[in-house]
Write a protein that binds this ligand. Structure first.
Ligand code: UD1
Ligand code: UDP
Length: 365
């Protein structure tokens, strides 16, 4: 009998994780039938539709259109909108990805309907409960029946939390599946020409964590520091709408950074891969970008106090420098001085994670 597998996505970092699994499920449509739900947590074309087109993800079967709101509002709306359809369709499995509000909301509803639940990117922990994603990770992992883990630390944390070993599968990093299959295409992207940037002679940057951008003083100090760094090498900063909104709210014209930071709208997946792959270094507070730079061997300076992805530090090219401007400058200086980390690619970040997951689904469903 064909088993129905619901995939729930909602925001930018979900799409490059769901695309490889969707493709692999469609290769096995005699046995597994995907059913794609988009919550609409992200709705701007540049954060959503564009990724469906670039990554060849089929149109969602169901679009919930929940939009933005406070954590409680957004989470509640997702739960209310997804409950009826999940109940009506009664899929054999619900798959959620990563650590966004859509992940946790769908997980709670699925389990209360007694549906089987799989979490892709399970076990990651920052141990910082002021970070909304940490709550989403803990709740989702606690509920999941099948936990697909991307790096060694995930295995360690789940074991320490007492999750039964039979629920845990070390399948590797599914985001890297998307990277591997799109890298050639990305390398041919012409964004460097369009932005008049020279390979190896610019910094690519992103910043959108609430802890960095939601407080006026912190954001101003960070952008001042970034403005200073940009006097030495151009910085291209595709700006997340959360951050853009804060710049406006706080009256920080040009992000308060002086005029060499190229503040542009969020770019597509291929464009951002190209920007990362030829940057001297990447400056970020993103989760996924810490991993992509490690795969690409590009030095990454992460403007956060912690990471839930320690393999990028222990094995990869990532440095966690915190958010103190002096520390950020020192970390960037170190890369400029030729001391950027070389690193290696963690185990099972090899482009075959979706295949391993689908092989397991065939066994367990
Ligand atoms: C969310 C995720 C975060 C992830 C990020 C990826 C949670 C708790 N956070 O954060 O883990 O790193 O996505 O990009 O799930 N907005 C728009 N257009 C959109 C979407 C949002 O303008 O299409 C603006 C709205 O003003 C909104 C704000 O961005 O209030 C924040 O959006 P939200 O989805 O709540 O959180 P993110 O900061 O995007
Ligand atoms: N990304 C993108 N365009 C951008 C910025 C990021 O395509 O302008 C991609 C990036 O390459 C990675 C993913 O978005 O694949 C990371 O998502 P994000 O930083 O929004 O979320 P996080 O990983 O922090 O949850």
């Amino acid at each position: 009998m064909i088993k129905k597998v619901a995939l729930v996505v909602g925001a930018r970092p979900n799409f490059m994780k769901a695309a490889p699994l969707m493709r692999e499920l469609l290769r096995h449509k005699n046995t597994l039938q995907p059913w794609l739900i988009h919550t609409g947590q992200h709705y701007d074309r540049a954060l959503s539709q564009l990724f469906f087109e670039e990554l060849g993800i089929p149109e969602p079967d169901l679009y919930l259109g929940v939009g933005s709101g406070t954590h409680a509002e957004q989470t509640a709306r997702i739960m209310m909108e997804i409950e009826g359809p999940l109940q009506a369709q009664a899929p054999d499995l619900v798959v959620v990805f990563g650590d966004i509000n859509s992940t946790m909301a769908a997980a709670i509803v699925a389990k209360k309907l007694n549906l089987k639940l799989a979490h892709v990117e399970a076990g990651l922990r920052s141990f910082d409960e002021t970070m909304p994603e940490e709550i989403n990770r803990i709740v989702t992992d606690r509920l999941a029946d099948y936990l697909f883990v991307s790096e060694q630390s995930g295995l360690d944390h789940l074991a320490a939390e007492g999750v039964p070993a039979k629920k845990i599968y070390f399948t590797g990093n599914i985001m890297i599946d998307s990277l591997v299959s799109n890298l050639t295409l990305a390398r041919n992207n012409d964004i460097l020409d369009r932005l008049e940037l020279t390979s190896g002679e610019y910094i690519a940057m992103t910043m959108h964590r609430p802890s960095n951008v939601d407080d006026r003083e912190s954001l101003r100090d960070l952008m001042r520091c970034i403005g200073d760094i940009s006097k030495r090498l151009p910085i291209v900063f595709p700006c997340h709408p959360r951050t853009r909104k804060r710049f406006e709210e706080f009256g920080l014209t040009d992000g308060g950074s002086g005029n060499r930071v190229m503040l542009i709208d969020p770019v597509g997946y291929l464009e951002f891969l190209k920007l990362q792959s030829e940057a001297r270094l990447v400056l970020t507070d993103s989760g996924g970008i810490q991993e992509e730079t490690t795969y690409l061997g590009i030095p990454c300076v992460t403007m956060r106090e912690n990471t839930e992805r320690p393999a990028t530090v222990d094995l990869g090219t990532n440095v966690i420098c915190g958010t103190d401007p002096a520390a950020i400058t020192a970390a960037v200086d170190s890369v400029f001085a030729g001391k950027g980390k070389k690193g290696r690619i963690p185990d099972l970040w090899d482009g075959h994670t979706a295949e391993r997951i689908v092989a397991i689904l065939h066994e367990v469903l």
